[in-house]
Design a protein. Structure first.
Length: 179
């Protein structure tokens, strides 16, 4: 956190190496979030670059209330939300990291892959606002209060969206398991 504030101050004082350091420090997290929400690498790259461009342009006016990482992650989520609003339909999925099993058993790897695909498919069926909360909480590691603040809604709204999403996911995955 201290390093982030120092980097932001350097950026405000015209040190371009500070922007490069911030980019290197957070680009993977931002890209992972964008990929989770968009499921399109090219579009995810564009979103991350747009966020950094806006960040560099507005650095002078930025006042961090929490972490720089949280600020940037929220900016990515907001940009994706804007994209979703501007399109009639957007396909959003969750890119789940594949877990390396300690066992090299092909059957186990295939079973894990199948489970991840089911979760990914179920997540894609959720309404955008619910999918966004789940993704920001699990993948980006944001707290519910930070998500609420970033979206300009109450924490109760965020908690409700999360609860509805988890209940829908359980229902979809349980019905899938019974087939």
């Amino acid at each position: 956190m201290f390093e982030d504030r120092r980097l932001l101050n350097k950026l405000k004082n015209g040190k371009s190496d500070a922007l490069a350091r911030i980019y290197e420090k957070y680009k993977n997290d931002l890209l992972a979030l964008a990929m989770s929400l968009l499921d399109d690498k090219t579009q995810a790259d564009d979103v991350v670059h747009d966020v950094y461009l806006a960040f560099a342009r507005n650095a002078q006016t930025i006042r961090l209330k929490s972490s720089l990482k949280g600020y940037l992650l929220t900016s990515v989520a907001n940009r994706v939300r804007n994209i979703a609003r501007s399109q009639d339909r957007i396909q959003i999925g969750l890119e789940i990291e594949r877990i390396d099993s300690p066992c090299d058993c092909p059957q186990k790897q295939e079973m894990l892959s199948e489970k991840f695909q089911k979760v990914e498919s179920a997540l894609a069926l959720l309404p955008f606002d619910q999918r966004e909360v789940v993704t920001l909480h699990f993948q980006a590691g944001l707290k519910f209060k930070d998500i609420a603040k970033a979206q300009g809604v109450s924490i109760n709204t965020i908690l409700s969206r999360y609860r509805y999403a988890i209940n829908k996911l359980r229902s979809m995955l349980n019905s899938e398991a019974q087939k």
